[in-house]
Design a protein around this ligand. Structure first.
Ligand SMILES: Cc1ncc(COP(=O)(O)O)c(C=O)c1O
Length: 354
Protein backbone atom coordinates (compact mmCIF):
# COMPACT_ATOMS: atom_id res chain seq x y z
CA UNK A 1 0.00 0.00 0.00
CA UNK A 2 1.21 3.50 -0.78
CA UNK A 3 0.90 6.39 1.67
CA UNK A 4 -2.60 7.23 0.33
CA UNK A 5 -4.49 9.10 3.05
CA UNK A 6 -7.88 8.26 1.56
CA UNK A 7 -8.67 11.82 0.40
CA UNK A 8 -11.15 11.85 -2.47
CA UNK A 9 -12.73 8.51 -1.60
CA UNK A 10 -15.73 10.04 0.14
CA UNK A 11 -18.44 12.34 -1.31
CA UNK A 12 -17.43 15.98 -0.76
CA UNK A 13 -20.70 16.73 1.06
CA UNK A 14 -19.94 13.95 3.54
CA UNK A 15 -16.35 15.10 3.93
CA UNK A 16 -17.61 18.60 4.75
CA UNK A 17 -20.37 17.34 7.05
CA UNK A 18 -20.60 18.52 10.63
CA UNK A 19 -22.07 15.38 12.18
CA UNK A 20 -25.00 15.51 14.59
CA UNK A 21 -23.76 15.57 18.17
CA UNK A 22 -25.99 13.45 20.42
CA UNK A 23 -26.34 14.21 24.11
CA UNK A 24 -23.67 12.60 26.25
CA UNK A 25 -24.36 8.97 27.23
CA UNK A 26 -22.01 8.34 30.14
CA UNK A 27 -21.09 4.75 30.83
CA UNK A 28 -20.82 3.73 34.45
CA UNK A 29 -23.00 4.16 37.49
CA UNK A 30 -24.01 7.14 39.56
CA UNK A 31 -25.10 9.62 36.89
CA UNK A 32 -28.31 11.60 37.01
CA UNK A 33 -29.14 11.89 33.32
CA UNK A 34 -31.33 14.87 32.53
CA UNK A 35 -29.78 15.65 29.13
CA UNK A 36 -31.58 13.54 26.50
CA UNK A 37 -35.25 13.55 27.58
CA UNK A 38 -35.40 9.85 28.36
CA UNK A 39 -38.15 8.63 30.65
CA UNK A 40 -37.21 7.89 34.25
CA UNK A 41 -39.64 4.94 34.15
CA UNK A 42 -40.02 1.73 32.18
CA UNK A 43 -42.88 -0.64 32.87
CA UNK A 44 -41.85 -3.92 34.55
CA UNK A 45 -44.26 -5.69 32.19
CA UNK A 46 -42.15 -4.53 29.24
CA UNK A 47 -38.98 -5.89 30.84
CA UNK A 48 -40.67 -9.27 31.50
CA UNK A 49 -41.90 -9.46 27.91
CA UNK A 50 -38.42 -8.77 26.53
CA UNK A 51 -36.83 -11.35 28.85
CA UNK A 52 -39.42 -13.95 27.84
CA UNK A 53 -38.73 -13.25 24.16
CA UNK A 54 -34.96 -13.73 24.51
CA UNK A 55 -35.03 -17.38 23.44
CA UNK A 56 -33.60 -19.67 20.78
CA UNK A 57 -35.84 -17.73 18.33
CA UNK A 58 -33.26 -14.93 18.27
CA UNK A 59 -31.43 -16.93 15.59
CA UNK A 60 -34.32 -16.04 13.23
CA UNK A 61 -34.88 -12.74 11.42
CA UNK A 62 -37.65 -10.60 12.85
CA UNK A 63 -40.96 -9.79 11.13
CA UNK A 64 -39.84 -7.30 8.43
CA UNK A 65 -43.07 -5.30 8.62
CA UNK A 66 -43.78 -5.39 12.40
CA UNK A 67 -47.23 -6.91 11.91
CA UNK A 68 -48.23 -7.37 15.58
CA UNK A 69 -47.00 -3.95 16.52
CA UNK A 70 -48.85 -2.26 13.68
CA UNK A 71 -52.07 -4.09 14.56
CA UNK A 72 -51.81 -2.71 18.09
CA UNK A 73 -50.89 0.79 16.86
CA UNK A 74 -53.79 0.67 14.44
CA UNK A 75 -56.24 -0.22 17.23
CA UNK A 76 -54.83 2.42 19.58
CA UNK A 77 -54.80 5.32 17.13
CA UNK A 78 -57.64 4.33 14.80
CA UNK A 79 -55.35 4.38 11.75
CA UNK A 80 -55.27 1.69 9.05
CA UNK A 81 -52.20 -0.52 9.56
CA UNK A 82 -51.19 0.10 5.92
CA UNK A 83 -50.75 3.72 6.88
CA UNK A 84 -48.22 2.83 9.58
CA UNK A 85 -44.51 2.06 9.33
CA UNK A 86 -42.10 1.32 12.19
CA UNK A 87 -38.47 2.30 12.34
CA UNK A 88 -35.25 1.86 14.27
CA UNK A 89 -36.09 4.95 16.32
CA UNK A 90 -37.85 7.87 14.71
CA UNK A 91 -34.39 8.96 13.58
CA UNK A 92 -34.42 6.16 11.02
CA UNK A 93 -37.82 7.29 9.78
CA UNK A 94 -36.48 10.84 9.37
CA UNK A 95 -33.68 9.42 7.22
CA UNK A 96 -36.14 7.40 5.16
CA UNK A 97 -38.44 10.40 4.66
CA UNK A 98 -35.59 12.51 3.37
CA UNK A 99 -34.30 9.77 1.10
CA UNK A 100 -37.78 9.16 -0.32
CA UNK A 101 -38.78 12.79 -0.83
CA UNK A 102 -35.84 15.15 -1.20
CA UNK A 103 -33.53 14.88 -4.17
CA UNK A 104 -30.24 16.66 -4.56
CA UNK A 105 -30.71 20.42 -4.12
CA UNK A 106 -34.34 20.14 -2.99
CA UNK A 107 -35.30 22.43 -0.14
CA UNK A 108 -36.01 20.95 3.28
CA UNK A 109 -37.63 23.44 5.68
CA UNK A 110 -37.69 23.29 9.45
CA UNK A 111 -37.94 25.78 12.25
CA UNK A 112 -34.83 27.24 13.80
CA UNK A 113 -34.07 26.18 16.44
CA UNK A 114 -35.47 22.67 16.42
CA UNK A 115 -34.12 19.13 16.27
CA UNK A 116 -30.74 19.72 14.64
CA UNK A 117 -30.65 16.27 13.06
CA UNK A 118 -33.01 17.59 10.32
CA UNK A 119 -30.24 19.82 9.06
CA UNK A 120 -27.55 17.14 9.28
CA UNK A 121 -29.68 14.65 7.34
CA UNK A 122 -30.44 17.29 4.71
CA UNK A 123 -26.72 17.82 4.15
CA UNK A 124 -26.08 14.07 3.91
CA UNK A 125 -28.68 13.92 1.13
CA UNK A 126 -27.14 16.94 -0.63
CA UNK A 127 -30.47 18.68 -0.23
CA UNK A 128 -30.84 22.36 0.68
CA UNK A 129 -31.78 22.96 4.32
CA UNK A 130 -33.96 26.04 4.90
CA UNK A 131 -34.04 26.98 8.59
CA UNK A 132 -37.02 29.27 9.31
CA UNK A 133 -36.64 31.29 12.54
CA UNK A 134 -39.25 30.84 15.22
CA UNK A 135 -40.97 33.99 16.45
CA UNK A 136 -40.32 35.65 19.83
CA UNK A 137 -41.55 33.29 22.50
CA UNK A 138 -40.93 30.37 20.08
CA UNK A 139 -44.12 30.92 18.09
CA UNK A 140 -44.56 28.86 14.96
CA UNK A 141 -43.77 30.97 11.85
CA UNK A 142 -46.75 29.65 9.94
CA UNK A 143 -46.79 32.15 7.07
CA UNK A 144 -43.03 32.00 6.61
CA UNK A 145 -43.05 28.19 6.41
CA UNK A 146 -45.89 28.26 3.91
CA UNK A 147 -44.01 30.87 1.88
CA UNK A 148 -40.99 28.53 1.63
CA UNK A 149 -43.36 25.80 0.37
CA UNK A 150 -40.57 23.23 0.43
CA UNK A 151 -40.95 19.71 -0.98
CA UNK A 152 -40.35 18.56 2.63
CA UNK A 153 -41.02 20.44 5.89
CA UNK A 154 -40.34 19.24 9.45
CA UNK A 155 -42.28 20.68 12.38
CA UNK A 156 -41.34 19.61 15.90
CA UNK A 157 -44.58 19.76 17.86
CA UNK A 158 -44.59 20.25 20.80
CA UNK A 159 -41.42 22.13 20.06
CA UNK A 160 -37.96 21.06 21.18
CA UNK A 161 -35.90 22.47 22.78
CA UNK A 162 -38.37 25.07 24.11
CA UNK A 163 -41.24 22.74 25.07
CA UNK A 164 -43.80 25.05 23.43
CA UNK A 165 -47.16 23.55 22.44
CA UNK A 166 -48.63 24.56 19.09
CA UNK A 167 -52.31 24.77 18.13
CA UNK A 168 -53.83 22.29 15.72
CA UNK A 169 -55.20 25.22 13.68
CA UNK A 170 -51.61 26.42 13.06
CA UNK A 171 -50.44 22.93 12.16
CA UNK A 172 -53.35 22.65 9.75
CA UNK A 173 -52.53 25.99 8.13
CA UNK A 174 -49.05 24.65 7.32
CA UNK A 175 -50.40 21.34 6.00
CA UNK A 176 -52.94 23.17 3.85
CA UNK A 177 -50.54 25.84 2.64
CA UNK A 178 -47.63 23.61 1.63
CA UNK A 179 -47.81 21.56 -1.55
CA UNK A 180 -44.98 19.31 -0.32
CA UNK A 181 -44.83 16.77 2.47
CA UNK A 182 -45.20 18.14 6.01
CA UNK A 183 -43.86 15.93 8.81
CA UNK A 184 -45.14 16.66 12.29
CA UNK A 185 -42.49 15.24 14.60
CA UNK A 186 -44.51 14.50 17.74
CA UNK A 187 -41.72 12.97 19.83
CA UNK A 188 -43.09 14.65 22.97
CA UNK A 189 -46.83 14.85 22.32
CA UNK A 190 -47.71 12.19 24.90
CA UNK A 191 -46.83 14.75 27.58
CA UNK A 192 -49.06 17.52 26.21
CA UNK A 193 -50.09 19.62 23.22
CA UNK A 194 -52.28 18.96 20.17
CA UNK A 195 -51.62 16.02 17.88
CA UNK A 196 -51.79 16.43 14.11
CA UNK A 197 -53.40 12.98 13.72
CA UNK A 198 -56.82 14.50 12.83
CA UNK A 199 -55.16 16.04 9.74
CA UNK A 200 -54.26 12.65 8.27
CA UNK A 201 -57.74 12.09 6.82
CA UNK A 202 -57.80 15.44 5.09
CA UNK A 203 -54.20 16.02 3.97
CA UNK A 204 -52.40 13.31 1.99
CA UNK A 205 -49.17 15.31 2.35
CA UNK A 206 -49.09 14.92 6.16
CA UNK A 207 -46.89 12.50 8.08
CA UNK A 208 -47.09 12.18 11.87
CA UNK A 209 -43.95 10.84 13.52
CA UNK A 210 -43.85 9.25 16.97
CA UNK A 211 -41.23 7.59 19.14
CA UNK A 212 -41.20 5.19 22.06
CA UNK A 213 -37.97 6.78 23.33
CA UNK A 214 -39.67 9.44 25.44
CA UNK A 215 -43.15 8.64 26.76
CA UNK A 216 -42.61 4.86 26.75
CA UNK A 217 -39.13 4.75 28.25
CA UNK A 218 -37.64 2.71 25.41
CA UNK A 219 -34.82 4.91 24.11
CA UNK A 220 -32.46 1.95 24.50
CA UNK A 221 -34.58 -0.28 22.25
CA UNK A 222 -34.91 2.21 19.34
CA UNK A 223 -38.51 2.26 18.13
CA UNK A 224 -40.37 4.94 16.22
CA UNK A 225 -43.40 4.89 13.95
CA UNK A 226 -44.91 7.08 11.28
CA UNK A 227 -48.52 7.57 10.19
CA UNK A 228 -49.38 8.92 6.76
CA UNK A 229 -51.22 8.35 3.50
CA UNK A 230 -50.84 4.94 1.85
CA UNK A 231 -48.83 6.55 -0.90
CA UNK A 232 -46.27 8.13 1.42
CA UNK A 233 -45.99 5.21 3.81
CA UNK A 234 -45.83 2.84 0.82
CA UNK A 235 -42.83 4.80 -0.48
CA UNK A 236 -41.04 4.32 2.84
CA UNK A 237 -41.68 0.57 2.70
CA UNK A 238 -40.05 0.47 -0.72
CA UNK A 239 -36.80 1.98 0.54
CA UNK A 240 -36.51 0.62 4.05
CA UNK A 241 -33.92 -1.93 5.16
CA UNK A 242 -35.48 -5.39 5.22
CA UNK A 243 -35.24 -6.04 8.96
CA UNK A 244 -35.08 -2.55 10.35
CA UNK A 245 -36.75 -3.25 13.71
CA UNK A 246 -35.30 -6.13 15.69
CA UNK A 247 -37.28 -8.89 17.32
CA UNK A 248 -36.88 -7.78 20.94
CA UNK A 249 -37.81 -4.20 20.05
CA UNK A 250 -41.02 -5.36 18.40
CA UNK A 251 -41.89 -7.32 21.55
CA UNK A 252 -41.05 -4.34 23.78
CA UNK A 253 -43.21 -2.04 21.64
CA UNK A 254 -46.22 -4.35 21.87
CA UNK A 255 -45.82 -4.70 25.65
CA UNK A 256 -45.48 -0.94 26.05
CA UNK A 257 -48.73 -0.38 24.17
CA UNK A 258 -50.39 -2.97 26.43
CA UNK A 259 -49.17 -0.93 29.43
CA UNK A 260 -50.77 2.26 28.03
CA UNK A 261 -52.68 3.24 31.19
CA UNK A 262 -49.65 2.75 33.41
CA UNK A 263 -47.55 5.01 31.15
CA UNK A 264 -50.32 7.60 31.00
CA UNK A 265 -50.35 7.77 34.82
CA UNK A 266 -46.56 8.02 35.06
CA UNK A 267 -46.34 10.64 32.33
CA UNK A 268 -49.01 12.70 34.04
CA UNK A 269 -46.90 12.57 37.22
CA UNK A 270 -43.90 13.71 35.17
CA UNK A 271 -45.87 16.69 33.85
CA UNK A 272 -46.91 17.67 37.38
CA UNK A 273 -43.28 17.38 38.56
CA UNK A 274 -42.11 19.43 35.57
CA UNK A 275 -44.35 22.31 36.61
CA UNK A 276 -43.25 22.04 40.25
CA UNK A 277 -39.56 22.15 39.29
CA UNK A 278 -40.15 25.03 36.87
CA UNK A 279 -41.83 27.09 39.60
CA UNK A 280 -39.07 26.20 42.06
CA UNK A 281 -36.28 27.25 39.63
CA UNK A 282 -37.99 30.58 39.17
CA UNK A 283 -38.53 31.01 42.92
CA UNK A 284 -34.96 30.11 43.93
CA UNK A 285 -32.95 31.72 41.14
CA UNK A 286 -35.34 34.13 39.39
CA UNK A 287 -34.75 32.27 36.10
CA UNK A 288 -37.21 32.26 33.25
CA UNK A 289 -38.62 28.82 32.50
CA UNK A 290 -40.57 28.58 29.28
CA UNK A 291 -44.02 26.93 29.55
CA UNK A 292 -43.55 23.29 28.52
CA UNK A 293 -45.90 20.63 27.16
CA UNK A 294 -43.09 18.04 27.19
CA UNK A 295 -40.89 16.07 29.61
CA UNK A 296 -38.23 18.79 29.68
CA UNK A 297 -37.92 22.47 30.43
CA UNK A 298 -35.86 25.19 28.81
CA UNK A 299 -34.41 27.44 31.50
CA UNK A 300 -32.99 30.88 30.70
CA UNK A 301 -30.44 31.83 33.32
CA UNK A 302 -30.29 35.58 32.57
CA UNK A 303 -26.83 36.95 33.32
CA UNK A 304 -25.49 33.73 34.83
CA UNK A 305 -23.30 31.61 32.53
CA UNK A 306 -25.41 28.64 31.36
CA UNK A 307 -22.47 26.73 29.93
CA UNK A 308 -20.56 27.11 33.21
CA UNK A 309 -23.55 25.90 35.25
CA UNK A 310 -23.88 22.85 32.99
CA UNK A 311 -20.16 22.09 33.41
CA UNK A 312 -20.36 22.45 37.18
CA UNK A 313 -23.43 20.24 37.39
CA UNK A 314 -21.42 17.62 35.56
CA UNK A 315 -18.84 17.62 38.32
CA UNK A 316 -21.78 16.68 40.59
CA UNK A 317 -22.56 13.79 38.18
CA UNK A 318 -25.69 15.53 36.87
CA UNK A 319 -26.06 15.94 33.12
CA UNK A 320 -28.30 18.58 31.56
CA UNK A 321 -28.09 19.86 27.97
CA UNK A 322 -26.42 22.99 26.70
CA UNK A 323 -26.80 24.09 23.07
CA UNK A 324 -24.07 26.46 21.84
CA UNK A 325 -26.44 27.99 19.27
CA UNK A 326 -27.89 31.42 18.69
CA UNK A 327 -30.87 32.15 20.98
CA UNK A 328 -29.92 29.27 23.28
CA UNK A 329 -26.54 30.38 24.71
CA UNK A 330 -28.18 31.67 27.89
CA UNK A 331 -30.23 28.53 28.42
CA UNK A 332 -30.04 24.95 29.54
CA UNK A 333 -32.51 22.20 28.78
CA UNK A 334 -33.38 19.95 31.68
CA UNK A 335 -35.23 16.64 31.29
CA UNK A 336 -37.73 15.79 34.02
CA UNK A 337 -36.53 12.79 35.99
CA UNK A 338 -37.86 11.10 39.10
CA UNK A 339 -38.79 13.09 42.22
CA UNK A 340 -35.54 12.08 43.88
CA UNK A 341 -33.48 13.10 40.82
CA UNK A 342 -35.13 16.50 40.62
CA UNK A 343 -34.56 17.12 44.33
CA UNK A 344 -30.87 16.28 43.84
CA UNK A 345 -30.75 18.64 40.86
CA UNK A 346 -32.21 21.50 42.90
CA UNK A 347 -29.77 20.84 45.74
CA UNK A 348 -26.84 20.75 43.29
CA UNK A 349 -27.97 24.02 41.71
CA UNK A 350 -28.13 25.62 45.15
CA UNK A 351 -24.53 24.54 45.57
CA UNK A 352 -23.12 25.53 42.16
CA UNK A 353 -25.09 28.74 41.68
CA UNK A 354 -25.13 29.72 45.34
C1 LIG B 1 -37.81 16.16 18.24
C2 LIG B 1 -37.19 14.82 18.19
N1 LIG B 1 -37.48 14.01 17.15
C3 LIG B 1 -36.94 12.78 17.06
C4 LIG B 1 -36.07 12.32 18.02
C5 LIG B 1 -35.46 10.94 17.83
O1 LIG B 1 -36.06 10.00 18.62
P1 LIG B 1 -35.71 8.46 18.47
O2 LIG B 1 -35.09 8.07 19.76
O3 LIG B 1 -37.03 7.80 18.24
O4 LIG B 1 -34.81 8.28 17.30
C6 LIG B 1 -35.74 13.10 19.11
C7 LIG B 1 -34.79 12.62 20.12
O5 LIG B 1 -34.34 13.30 20.99
C8 LIG B 1 -36.33 14.39 19.20
O6 LIG B 1 -36.03 15.21 20.22
Amino acid sequence: MSGNNGAGLVRPSVQALKPYVPGEQPQGAGWIKLNTNENWFVSPSVLSAVLAAATHDLRRYPDPVCTDLRVKLSARYGIDSQQIICGNGSDELLTMLIRAIAGEGDRIAFTDPSYSLYETLSHIQNAAPVPVPLGDGWQLPVQELVAVNAPLTFITTPHAPSGTAYRLSDLEAIAAGCAGVVVFDEAYVDFGGDTAIPLLDRYPNVVVLRTMSKAFGLAGMRLGYAFGSRELIGALYRIKDSYNVDLLTQVAGCAALDAWDEYARVNHETAVRRDRVAAELHRRFGWRVWPSATNFILVEVDDADASEIVTRLKTEQILVRYFPRPRLEQSMRISVGSDAEMDLLLAALDKVVG
